[in-house]
Design a protein around this ligand. Sequence first.
Ligand SMILES: NC(=O)c1ccc[n+]([C@@H]2O[C@H](COP(=O)([O-])OP(=O)(O)OC[C@H]3O[C@@H](n4cnc5c(N)ncnc54)[C@H](OP(=O)(O)O)[C@@H]3O)[C@@H](O)[C@H]2O)c1
Length: 302
Amino acid sequence: MNSKHQFVQLSDGHFIPGLGFGTYKPQEVPNSKTTEATKIAIEAGFRHIDCAYVYQVEEEVGQAVRSKIADGTVKRQDIFYTSKLWCTFHRPELVQSSLERSLKKLHFDYVDLYLIHYPFSMKPGEELFPKDENGKTIYDHVDLCAVWEAMEKCKDAGLAKSIGVSNFNRRQLEMILNKPGLKYKPVCNQVECHIYHNQRKLLDFCKSKNIVLVAYSALGTQREKPWVDQSSPVLLDDPILGALAKKHKRSPALIALRYQLQRGVVVLAQSFKENEIKENIQTVQLDRIRLDKTQRFGFQHR
Ligand SMILES: NC(=O)c1ccc[n+]([C@@H]2O[C@H](COP(=O)([O-])OP(=O)(O)OC[C@H]3O[C@@H](n4cnc5c(N)ncnc54)[C@H](OP(=O)(O)O)[C@@H]3O)[C@@H](O)[C@H]2O)c1
């Protein structure tokens, strides 16, 4: 990690900013909130934006970035933009056109990083979550190595500067790494990672292969009812996090984000609130925080 700019070098030579702005939103939140929040994030200093085709906000994110380019705040090359290949586009002949679809929505010529969003495939078509008449998901059988070869072609075509994966376990990563004729390694694996699930083993494996781990839901997710048991503990209310925050005169959110950065993990943070966005950018502006006294959840610096 470059300590001055908090960039992490990827195995293909490109650099990824250590802190990224998350753009996933629940369906009931209006898309205009994404445009507004992304502009605030860029003004606050975020230069890494994490998005995906399936979030259905690439038009809004593109609009926000272009407006910040137009007013002189940033240039396109200052922004590190990630998109992700959705599971219904895994068939190799659909991969590049899916990326082109995202680029068209964004009005960009390239993405900085393109990820296989999940290591499973669903029936191709316009529906994002194809279901049969009984409401069951219709999966598709596509060899992940063939998907990866199509991702490599996107990089060769200059449409993605770097390529990686998301939600892959060690076995799935090994499958790609051991693929005969592998041209490019995945530069990163974006996974759920926070103080209650710190992915220590996967992180060790990724580090050993020079794959950057990117942490999502580092602040405990947006706690959407369909995905999160509402009686589960609220991460940012964790007493150890609270005690550390008090000790270092920082907020629990900053400690939770800084924890990831200090263990060599690139971290994403989502928010629609200006005060939170402005607070979260401090993650890359602080001096090192001593986090090595805490034992719980393996939540010690390493
Ligand atoms: N690859 C994948 O499969 C995958 C999956 C999930 C997410 N992601 C990516 O990761 C991003 C982040 O994950 P996430 O959306 O689950 O959310 P998150 O970053 O864990 O946290 C979101 C919530 O934390 C609260 N928060 C943020 N900053 C705060 C602060 N300074 N103080 C107090 N509370 C704060 C906000 O809630 P309030 O607004 O209510 O305060 C926000 O909704 C996503 O947006 C997406 O880009 C990727």
